[in-house]
Ligand binder design. Structure first.
Ligand SMILES: Cc1ncc(C[n+]2csc(CCOP(=O)(O)OP(=O)(O)O)c2C)c(N)n1
Ligand SMILES: [Mg+2]
Length: 185
């Protein structure tokens, strides 16, 4: 599955739900798919998209909150899965785009390339709504459920390594934060 296509599919299912995007290509693809005030881009901060998303979800329990994470990033913050399981935000949809590599820094293989199954890790952490998707069709079906049914959800989307870098207009972090906050007023 191609991440940009997967991101487009996902954004097409949203209205004003906040989306927190992992640094690097997740941010780039989200911005290219649809730059919207409710997008929060991590830019250079690795590993914390799930933690930021958890905070947003707990602060706004009446809105679904989507996190677009990366395998390498959640692998450096696995405790976040246990904290999500403990806090049980019903509105959190944590999508982990697993390309089996630290793509942004040159494609070094991550642990998922050598046997770590993040869906099993999420289940082991105590999250019960866990699903994997390898095709756009599967992802679409899972997202329809995850956006409707209570979570927390962890959706592992198996994606291909990125081949293109879409050109985007960089939104300064201060501007990003200001306009993101404004969507909650
Ligand atoms: C704390 C920290 N360590 C390392 C980096 C360098 N770095 C930036 S992106 C990245 C890889 C991210 O991998 P993953 O989350 O799988 O995303 P992908 O690039 O594959 O989409 C690394 C190691 C960083 N920005 N911050
Ligand atoms: Mg990766």
């Amino acid at each position: 599955m191609d991440r940009l296509e997967a991101t487009r599919l996902l954004v097409g299912k949203l209205s004003n739900e906040p989306v927190v995007a992992n640094l690097g290509m997740a941010t780039r693809d989200l911005c290219a798919a649809q730059d919207r005030d409710a997008n929060f881009y991590m830019w250079g901060a690795m590993g914390l998209a799930s933690s930021v998303g958890l905070g947003v979800a707990l602060a706004t329990p009446d809105r679904k909150v989507v996190v677009l994470d990366g395998d390498g990033s959640i692998l450096m913050n696995l405790g976040s899965l246990a904290t999500i399981a403990r806090e049980r935000p019903r509105n959190l949809v944590h999508v982990v785009c697993d390309n089996q590599q630290w793509g942004e820094t040159g494609g070094q293989p991550t642990h998922t390339a050598t046997g770590t199954d993040l869906a099993s890790v999420a289940r082991g952490a105590g999250i019960s709504k866990v699903a994997s998707a390898s095709t756009l069709e599967e992802l679409g079906k899972v997202m329809d459920r995850a956006l409707k049914e209570d979570g927390p959800w962890c959706v592992v989307a198996r994606i291909e390594p990125d081949t293109e870098r879409p050109t985007i207009n960089r939104i300064e972090p201060e501007v990003n934060l200001w306009r993101f906050r404004r969507t909650f007023e």
